[in-house]
Design a protein around this ligand. Structure first.
Ligand SMILES: Nc1ncnc2c1ncn2[C@@H]1O[C@H](COP(=O)(O)OP(=O)(O)OP(=O)(O)O)[C@@H](O)[C@H]1O
Length: 258
């Protein structure tokens, strides 16, 4: 896969959008996430990678509020949101797009995004939400499909819809859970360009991804997890040269050096 990236937006390191401190999540006897700490800066695209079962999705569920942590704290835009439910985090500026795309299948593409706009921002009335939805369909390349039922979309269009729905909630931080999964390389490039355009619009992005060329092309910084813990953090080049990371990926199907 070749990189066709425009110049990167420089993250604002004086401005923290997301800070996790000692986050842990226990499922019975299993510590799926152990004492995870990281910081995300405004405008930054942060990737979370790691072999299967490393705890990435569980971490994302802790960030978005699907799970409460067993211990640890989370700050969003300087506010402690550790005890906040998903809806409250969404209203506070955290958006999420899921790996398994789940729009309302019988509603149109435009209606699906309108629902996102109504859900995210308190005080937005229906005409405003409908207009915002049209803007987002333009931005995500779905305008021509606005009146189709959501179930008629292709996989790539579904992913675009999921990003549009998450953006409709007006997030300052967008969480993406393997949104490139199942895409062909050319489609993944289109999805990469979309994520880059999201960042350029001022939204910080945290994403989980298994496809290493995507991580290399998109991430300003990479957090590597293995067995629930953060084992490395740095640029793509730094973490893929880290012996602990190489050893964590040894014997997996993922080709670490894209
Ligand atoms: N709800 C749950 N109940 C019990 N165990 C769970 C639950 N969710 C995840 N786990 C376990 O926690 C560990 C971490 O899983 P998680 O899905 O977070 O990893 P992952 O890094 O996202 O993996 P993958 O890359 O395969 O999606 C795994 O051992 C998994 O079986």
């Amino acid at each position: 896969m070749t990189a066709v990236m425009p110049a990167r937006t420089t993250p604002d390191q004086g401005n923290v959008v997301l800070r996790a401190q000692g986050l842990s999540k226990r499922f019975g006897g299993l510590l799926a996430v152990q004492n995870v700490s990281f910081t995300q800066y405004a405008g930054e695209i942060l990737a979370v990678i790691g072999p299967n079962g490393a705890g990435k999705t569980t971490l994302l569920n802790l960030l978005s509020g699907v799970y409460r942590p067993t211990s640890g704290q989370l700050w969003l835009l300087g506010n402690d949101v550790t005890g906040h439910a998903m809806e409250a985090r969404c209203h506070a500026g955290l958006g999420r797009a899921f790996q398994i795309v789940r729009p309302f299948p019988e509603m149109t593409v435009h209606e699906n995004v309108t629902v996102g706009a109504l859900f995210g921002k308190r005080g937005m009335n229906l005409p405003q939400a409908r207009e915002r939805a049209y803007d987002l369909l333009e931005r995500t390349g779905l305008a021509a499909h606005a009146d189709k039922a959501a179930h008629e979309l292709t996989l790539l269009q579904d992913k675009r819809l999921e990003v549009a729905r998450a953006l409709a909630t007006q997030p300052q931080v967008l969480l993406l859970d393997e949104v490139m999964a199942g895409l062909r390389p050319a489609e993944a490039q289109e999805a990469v360009a979309l994520v880059r355009s999201v960042q350029e619009s001022g939204v910080s992005v945290l994403f989980i991804e298994h496809i290493m060329p995507v991580v290399r092309d998109l991430a300003d910084r990479v957090v590597v997890m293995d067995q629930g813990q953060v084992i490395a953090e740095g640029t793509y080049r730094e973490v893929t040269a880290n012996p602990q990371v190489v050893s964590a990926y040894l014997g997996t199907e993922t080709e670490l050096h894209a």
